[in-house]
Design a binder for this molecule. Sequence first.
Ligand code: SF4
Ligand code: SF4
Length: 218
Amino acid sequence: MSNNDVDPLSRIRRLCHQLCSSSCVNQKRHGLHVVFLKQRPHWSVLKKDEQFKQIDLGDKVPFDIALPLPARDPDKPNSEEGVKLFWETFKCERCGRCCFTPGAGLYLEKEDFEKIAEHLGSKKKLKSLCRYDKDLKGWVLRQPCPFYDTEKKECLIYEIRPLTCTKYPLHPPLREMPYNLAVDAFCPGARDLAKETLGWWIICENNWAKILAKLTSD
Ligand code: SF4
Ligand code: SF4
């Protein structure tokens, strides 16, 4: 399939990711959306209450929310820009939900397993806190996580916490928004960020409009 066969919106989103991810992130970092919003209110802001209600559903029903930030892209050296702005903006509320909620378990990369086993002084000790997952061919830490201190509300192995924990609440991009970062709506910090950044979508749409105008004039 040639590039031209892809539907126009997907093509524009792809081009946006390739051409403007770093400038778009800078525009958002410096609040250009506020200027645009004064010129033309964005639907996401006009429908704020509806959007907030939808986002708040993530408190009970697990789902992922796409953010107006570019995701990592192996073909694009600047693709870390969106991830950087995410970590500059995200505020963990230290609620402990991601660590202390019953669940299927937390997959340990080989490196994670080695580091944590060394810290505990034995592989046997770590295995007693995990289950072996045949499909994943690896050890999965039981949840609620045995390394969460419920009184102090902190991780007892923070410096060597598993890779998955270092990325949370970032999740893989949604299928329908493959070039945007996505977060777990179960995390209250992520929900607040999604609310705060609703107006940022106006910058994406302005950039898409410029790309579309250029494509049609070529
Ligand atoms: S669920 Fe989110 S806000 Fe709560 S501790 Fe985890 S990362 Fe922080
Ligand atoms: S290892 Fe630490 S950060 Fe990861 S789930 Fe357990 S307590 Fe939370």
